[in-house]
Unconditional design. Structure first.
Length: 274
């Protein structure tokens, strides 16, 4: 992986989506063109803007990862607009692609195959099809991004024990990757390990990077600070997050909690509810 693409991956992992989508795409004949395009499209989807992802992605591509990203964008768009027929069709497209990449005669790049599984598993999880999501991702996978989604699924169904098992299993084969650290941090945020000290330290370290602008990380540290009863620090993080990403639901909800715990005056808290 080139140093430029490595940096783009880091931005995506840490939720610096707005920075990522503003990058200039490489020339279409560059080996980094498709990977960069896919990260940008996925950043749009993460920002709940699937239509921009669809405008960015080429139509009629033979690349299975591009096809899967298009299908995920269509699925998210359809769920936003309550178009059940389109959501069902998009999920079926992802099922077909997931089956296709498992075939012995498929010539797709292994990284593209892995991304298809991640995107399909993500969609199935959103749809509430937990078993199908886990089967698609593969609980014995050695793809760290798939592990990250599996961990999120286990935490969402209140099984931190299984999330921890996935993390411990991953440490045996994964390098000291930023995503591996983020997985550990996410588990720590849910379980409260060591009084959230490691979780807080991770977010603070990443936010100290002058080349990174991530309201997602600010919100995460704000939530961590609420849990550590650092209410004014939490309010500061959440205010900054909302300055960078106005109207973000997670940051707003966390700020309401901080306000209820004394971080805001009562009228200010009530205003956030309206």
């Amino acid at each position: 992986m080139s140093s430029e693409l490595h940096h783009i991956k880091q931005q995506f992992v840490l939720g610096a989506y707005k920075t990522l989508i503003n990058l200039t795409l490489p020339e279409s004949d560059s080996p980094t063109y498709i990977p960069t395009l896919l990260y940008q499209a996925r950043a749009h989807i993460a920002l709940n803007d699937p239509e921009s992802a669809l405008k960015l992605l080429p139509t009629g591509s033979d690349n299975v990862a591009v096809k899967a990203t298009v299908s995920l964008a269509r699925y998210v768009s359809a769920t936003q607009n309550a178009k059940k027929e389109t959501t069902d069709a998009s999920l079926e497209e992802l099922r077909d692609l997931a089956v296709e990449v498992e075939g012995d005669d498929d010539e797709a790049d292994e990284n593209d195959k892995a991304l298809v599984r991640v995107l399909a598993g993500t969609a199935f999880s959103i749809a509430g099809e937990v078993e199908e999501a886990l089967e698609t991702l593969g609980v014995d996978t050695e793809d760290l991004e798939a592990v990250s989604v599996i961990v999120q699924i286990y935490l969402s169904i209140n099984r931190p024990d299984l999330a921890k098992k996935q993390f411990e299993r991953s440490k045996r084969w994964a390098e000291d990757d930023l995503l591996l650290q983020l997985i550990e941090t996410t588990i720590g945020l849910v379980t409260g390990k060591d009084g959230y000290s490691n979780t807080s330290s991770f977010y603070t370290e990443q936010l100290g990077n002058p080349s990174l602008s991530s309201p997602h990380l600010l919100t995460a540290r704000g939530v961590t600070r609420i849990l550590r009863n650092e209410i004014q620090g939490a309010k500061s993080d959440l205010d900054e997050s909302l300055e960078q990403q106005k109207g973000d639901a997670e940051a707003t909800a966390a700020l309401i909690v901080a306000g209820g715990l004394g971080g805001l005056k009562k009228p200010e808290t009530e205003e956030l509810w309206t």
